[in-house]
Write a protein of this length. Sequence first.
Length: 155
Amino acid sequence: MTGAGRLIPERMPMWPGSAEPVEVNGMVRRHQPTCVINPRSGWTGDFQCDEGTHAITGNILPIDWEKCSSIGMHWSYDPKEWVMPLEEIIKTMIDCFVRGGNVLLNVAPNPDGEIPLASRTAQTNRRVYEEKRRSHLRDDSGADGAGRSNLRNDP
């Protein structure tokens, strides 16, 4: 944690039973004070997670939260796996964003580290993301048009 520089993205994934959450989270806070910690360690974390492919419905949540899902049925590579249709991916993202959430969408690479063609839906629009400039507009929640969160003081 000390020699790696600033963690990008600023998140520390932890799983229940993997370590002592108070000890590990304390170490993270000492060495990477801007790191955002998920709630999987048994500690509440800096935000809440909703995991799985089920639909997001309901009101805007007054807390920081994230939808964690995979475009397939698993989080690991399977060459025969079903891949979520683009329309469903977009609907999931919109359903989360309009309710004040963030989306962590897993795309499992093959053993060579390449993203299979069926999973590269966004690749065709890559230039759009590379050329996007940060918006100068900010809403009351602290999130801006570039998708920055209000979890920490994003630059």
